[in-house]
Design a protein around this ligand. Sequence first.
Ligand SMILES: Cc1ncc(COP(=O)(O)O)c(C=O)c1O
Length: 387
Amino acid sequence: MPTVPDPLFAACPDRRGTGSEKWDRYAGRDVLPMWVADMDFQVPAEVLEAIGHRVDHGVFGYTHEPPGFATTVTAHLERRHGWLVDPARILATPGVVTGLALTARLLSAPEDEILTFTPVYPPFLTLPGLAGRRCIRVPLAHSPEAWRIDWDALERAASPRSKLFWLCHPHNPTGTVFHRAELLRLADFTIRRGLTVVSDEIWSDLLLDEDHDGQRHIPFASLDHPAAARAVTLVAPSKTYNLAGLGCAAAIIPEPDMRRRWRIAGGGLVPMVNPLGYAAAEAAWTHGDPWRMRLITVLRHHRTLVQETVAAIPELSCVPAEATYLTWIDCRGTGVNDAQAACEAAGLGPSDGREFGTPGFIRINTACPTDRLVEALRRLKQAFAPT
Ligand SMILES: Cc1ncc(COP(=O)(O)O)c(C=O)c1O
């Protein structure tokens, strides 16, 4: 196993001019884009090869799940998370966000409430409203060591109109990995209040301490609990293997009737997953693990670099992420009114905490070559502790 610096992650082709959402935001300005969650790394060679083979085939007609897709997903879930899933429960979907939007429409009625922990990935806050449902924010409890569930806040938040709980597990932006005891208590709560859990597990293959302290991702639906038996799970290879632009994810839906209704609800609205997305997803989930392990070594190193920088600026604080390549930084101690603007003025483009429901925070994406991260951290210092 190569140590850091790992040549595989030392450089990235120039993404400018490729329609990159991340790089276009600050086009023409000297601002390092450290916001949206994709990585400035090339995908594993095995994935490029699989895409190449599919391109060589040369025919790209209407495509539904290829024969091996469902078993590729279930083999991956069993190998990585010890979760045995019936392949009949797997439905391909072009995105996890699409899947969330469908669950709002299929599992709740207009004006019903969807609960979620905040701060959170922005679509969790906006999608309910777009579907005519109400988003109920349940703030996580924040201490210098951790972001964890505030059980009193959760009890207070639920009402008879609450129908769904959208769980982001592991949690974006805080990087929290929920423990078994927490998941079981949440499961009890949802059964007591009549809620269905939809668990977005897109980050579940990026736990940073798995090989060091044995922390594991526990799929919510793998719990031995009635709430798990009816939960919907959303997974994708896109965060782990940098495939967001190829649009391939999977929903794990336990009830046959819900699967039938899911297909109907998407008809004419949700496009089919494209053939290159399938090829890439299958290759990533089947062959990507050695690459993933090397990536995690780099991300652990990057987490340390961020922590060192934040520790050197007393007005900033940050709970080290247990998962993801994201860093959620509390800037409220700086007294700066607009942390995002201060960063951008110093040449750094993070995500703005306001979009996650928590002003005064910024989120930095550390998945880029180390020298770029070092420069970004220099600019962070420049923004809040100029010398
Ligand atoms: C928690 C979470 N869910 C979903 C997504 C996006 O998923 P997709 O691109 O498959 O819609 C992201 C992207 O950052 C995410 O962080």
